[in-house]
Design a protein around this ligand. Structure first.
Ligand code: FES
Length: 146
C-alpha cells in the first residue's frame, strides 16, 4: 500500500525539530483527522537556508513533511511557493488516494510559514495573496477527485 520511500521517510524523517529564531513559522491542521503540522523556516537573502518541522499526525503526513523540507531546503522563496502536494506525493513515489490530503498539509504548512515570514518582514510573496491556511477548499477539491 505504501511505497518504500514513504516508509523510509516515515521511519527516518529528515529535518525534524524546530528553529528557535525562525523567520517564518506556519501551523496548519486538518480538520477531518485532527492532525497538525508545524513548519519553521530560516530565510536569508530570499533563500530558505534551513527548515524544520514537527508533525503530530499520521505516517503519510510525517513522510510528506519530511520530503517537503528536503524539496525546499536551499531553494528560493519563489521555488518553495511552487511546491505542490502532488509534487511531494510524486517524490514519495505516490501516496494511496485516501492519503493524498496528508500531502496537502505539507504544502499548506510551507505556505503558512512563508506567509508568516512575509508578514513579519513586510515583503510581498507572489501567489500568497489568496492563501488562507484555514481554508480547506483545496482539500475538498482533492477529495472530490477520488
Ligand atoms: Fe491526517 Fe494523514 S490522516 S494528515
Amino acid at each position: 500500500m505504501y511505497s518504500e520511500k514513504v516508509l523510509e521517510h516515515f521511519r527516518n524523517p529528515r529535518n525534524v525539530g524546530e528553529i528557535e529564531d525562525a523567520d517564518g513559522i506556519g501551523e496548519v491542521g486538518n480538520p477531518k483527522c485532527g492532525d497538525i503540522m508545524k513548519m519553521y523556516l530560516k530565510i536569508e537573502d530570499g533563500i530558505i537556508v534551513d527548515v524544520k518541522f514537527k508533525t503530530f499526525g499520521c505516517g503519510s503526513a510525517i513522510a510528506s513533511s519530511s520530503m517537503a523540507t528536503e524539496m525546499i531546503k536551499g531553494k528560493s522563496i519563489g521555488e518553495a511557493m511552487k511546491l505542490t502536494n502532488k509534487a511531494v506525493a510524486e517524490a514519495l513515489d505516490g501516496l494511496p488516494p485516501i492519503k493524498m490530503h496528508c500531502s496537502v498539509l505539507a504544502e499548506q504548512a510551507v505556505k503558512a510559514a512563508l506567509l508568516d515570514y512575509s508578514k513579519k518582514n513586510n515583503v510581498h510573496i507572489e501567489g500568497l495573496e489568496d492563501f488562507n491556511p484555514t481554508d480547506d477548499s483545496h482539500e475538498h477539491h482533492e477529495l472530490e477527485e477520488l
